[in-house]
Unconditional design. Sequence first.
Length: 268
Amino acid sequence: SHCLVLGSSDPGCVGYHSAKALLDAGAAQVIVVGRDAEKVDKAVTSLGSKAIGMTGNLREPETMTSLVTEAVEKMGGKLDILVISGGNGGSEYLGLSSDELESYRIMQDVAVHSPMMLTKAAFPYLSKADHGGSVVMVSSMAPLVPWPDTAPYNIARAAQNTLVETLAFQYRTSNVRVNAVLPSCIHTNFLDIMAEKKNIPVTDYAKLRGDAHPMKRNGTPQEVANAVLWLASPASSFTTGELLKIDGGLHLSNWFNVPKILSEYKGK
């Protein structure tokens, strides 16, 4: 298969592990896309000869159509799998503000507008895939956790989940499936950044977040990537419009009943 994976240049994140999982499963080519050219080059080197690098920015939805066109050209006119990952998680920790309209616009571009443009641009190629085309978006459980400080992120991910279902229905008889994975707290480098911003040791903050899950731990990028691989592959050929929770059972409990987490929010 020929794959395009957005947000895949950082070895500590879900997108990179998804690209690696696809390659390990026998993908013919995987295009790795990230904002930083140097990081993209390093990722390609580590992933091997079947990986190809491109730069791209989900904050710029107007560039997504040309990105797909260029990627398909690099893969000889073929595209079987589109994975869309990445995008400013944790709002208040990574430069977004729940009080600024621009932050909401940024997250809508990252989580809704760019994925929509990518999918629509990829459709003509995906629909011709021998085993059916597959789109997998890495969304979030955040819409089910209405944390006020991360409102731009939560709202955008809720819209993205609806986008997945809408596109899945639109393409239901067109040989293209559209699905999403909804991770809860995954121990990527973003969790480390959150701990630093809060002046809490990473191990302590990871435990704090992990204890909020019924399984009493955080997930790993590889665990999410395993789900991405399944949704991308013919093994899930009768699955479309699925919002697959990868959440350690978080949806089984009331998140706000966890005093240690709730005490973090001081409110305005």
